[in-house]
Design a protein around this ligand. Structure first.
Ligand SMILES: [Fe+2]
Ligand SMILES: [Fe+2]
Length: 358
C-alpha cells in the first residue's frame, strides 16, 4: 500500500471577511472550527477583517477567533485591509498618499491590542512568524488610505532584513492586503497597491523566492490566479464572503498543502467542504522567479540558460489590460473573457522549470 505523503503545513488562505453582523460571526466560527481539526494548520486572512474598522467589529472578530480557533496562536496571521483602517465616515476618506487621515490611530490601536497575542508585536503593525522553518511576513499599511496601502521606509528596511535572513533555497510568504500593480485582474483599480509599489518590487527582485499573498480585489475562482513574476509568485486569494465573480458562494478559499518540493493549492469551500477540482493548482519548487534570478546571475550562460531566460520573459510578459477594468464596477457578475494565467499556463511553467533546474 502506498504511504500517503503528509504535507509539512496545511495553510488556509482566506481574505476579505468584512465582518459586520451576527450572520458573519456564525459563518466565521463554523470555518474556524473546521480548520482547527487540521494538524499543523496555518490560518491566513489577508485583510479586510472587518467591514468598517470600528472598535465593535474588531472586538467581535477577535472574540470569534479566540473562542473558535484552537490552532497555535503563532499560526494565525492577519493583516489589515483598507476597510479596517479607513474608518466609517466617507467624508474622511482619501487616496492621496500625502494625506494622513486621522482614523488610522483608532484602527492601529484596535489591531495591535488584540493581534499582539498572535504576532507578539506591540508597537509596529508589521511582523513575521516562523512556522516549521517557513517565514511568514505580514506587511501592513501605516496610513488609513481609502483603498491603497502605505508602506513606510522603516517597514521597507525591515522587510529587506527579514528576507535576507531566510535560508538559501527556502520559500517564504509575504501577506499584504493589496496586490502589487500589474499582476492580478483589477490589481490597478483605485490606486492599486499604492506609491511604494516599485520600492517593494525592487526589494523582492533581490529575494524573489516568495509567495506574495493578497486579496482586496475580490476575484473569485475563475478570475483569481497564481501568477509568476520576476519578483515572486503572486497569489490572489478569493474573498471568503464577498467574492465578486466566478464561484461566488460564501466560504471560498485556498487550502494550500505545503510539501518540501511543492505547494498544492486546493480550491475549496470552507463552509460546505466542497472542492472545486477545476481550479486546483500545483506550484513546484524552486519558484520560477528564484530560478530566473539564479540563471540571470550566471556569468557564463550556456545555450540552455539563454533559452530558459527567454521562456521566463514570455511567462512574465502577459498583462491584463488593467485600464479597461478601472471603469468596471467592483461587484458585477461579469468575468473577464479569458484567464491569462490558467491551468495551461501553469503546466507550461512547471514543464519549463524542469528544464531550468537541470
Ligand atoms: Fe475587501
Ligand atoms: Fe480591500
Amino acid at each position: 500500500m502506498a504511504i500517503l505523503e503528509k504535507p509539512e503545513l496545511t495553510i488556509f488562505l482566506t481574505s476579505d471577511i468584512h465582518l459586520k453582523n451576527k450572520e458573519d460571526e456564525t459563518k466565521l466560527a463554523q470555518i474556524l472550527h473546521h480548520i482547527s481539526e487540521y494538524e499543523d494548520a496555518v490560518f491566513i486572512c489577508s485583510g479586510d477583517l472587518t467591514e468598517a474598522g470600528v472598535e465593535s467589529q474588531f472586538s467581535s472578530f477577535y472574540k470569534v477567533l479566540e473562542e473558535n480557533c484552537s490552532l497555535p496562536r503563532e499560526n494565525i496571521l492577519l493583516s489589515l485591509g483598507n476597510h479596517d483602517v479607513r474608518g466609517p465616515s466617507r467624508a474622511d476618506w482619501s487616496n492621496n498618499a500625502k494625506d494622513t487621515p486621522s482614523w488610522y490611530e483608532n484602527a492601529r490601536k484596535s489591531y495591535l491590542t488584540r493581534n499582539y497575542m498572535y504576532s507578539g508585536a506591540t508597537t509596529n503593525v508589521y511582523f513575521s512568524n516562523t512556522i516549521k522553518g517557513y517565514k511568514f511576513i505580514v506587511l501592513n499599511t501605516e496610513k488609513s488610505l481609502k483603498d491603497s496601502c502605505y508602506i513606510t521606509d522603516n517597514q521597507l528596511e525591515w522587510l529587506e532584513k527579514e528576507l535576507q535572513s531566510v535560508p538559501e533555497g527556502k520559500v517564504s510568504f509575504i501577506i499584504n492586503h493589496q496586490p502589487l500593480r500589474d499582476t492580478h485582474w483589477r490589481s490597478n483599480d483605485l490606486e492599486g497597491f499604492g506609491v511604494q509599489d516599485g520600492k517593494v518590487k525592487r526589494i523582492l527582485l533581490k529575494y524573489p523566492n516568495v509567495f506574495f499573498v493578497s486579496g482586496h480585489v475580490h476575484n473569485g475562482f475563475g478570475s483569481a490566479e497564481i501568477i509568476d513574476k520576476p519578483y515572486g509568485t503572486m497569489v490572489d486569494v478569493p474573498s471568503l464572503f464577498h467574492t465578486a465573480n466566478g464561484i461566488n458562494t460564501d466560504g471560498v478559499a485556498y487550502k494550500m498543502l505545503l510539501y518540501k518540493n511543492r505547494a498544492e493549492f486546493k480550491a475549496v469551500n470552507l463552509l460546505t467542504k466542497e472542492e472545486y477540482d477545476n481550479y486546483h493548482l500545483e506550484v513546484h519548487f524552486p519558484l520560477l522567479s528564484e530560478l530566473y534570478n539564479k540563471k540571470q546571475q550566471l556569468v557564463d550562460k550556456q545555450k540552455d540558460d539563454v533559452m530558459f531566460l527567454d521562456f521566463c520573459q514570455d511567462v512574465f510578459s502577459p498583462q491584463y489590460d488593467q485600464q479597461q477594468f478601472e471603469i468596471t464596477p467592483m461587484f458585477s457578475s461579469e468575468k473577464q473573457e479569458k484567464n491569462l494565467f490558467g491551468s495551461d499556463y501553469r503546466i507550461k511553467v512547471e514543464e519549463m522549470k524542469k528544464v531550468g533546474v537541470k
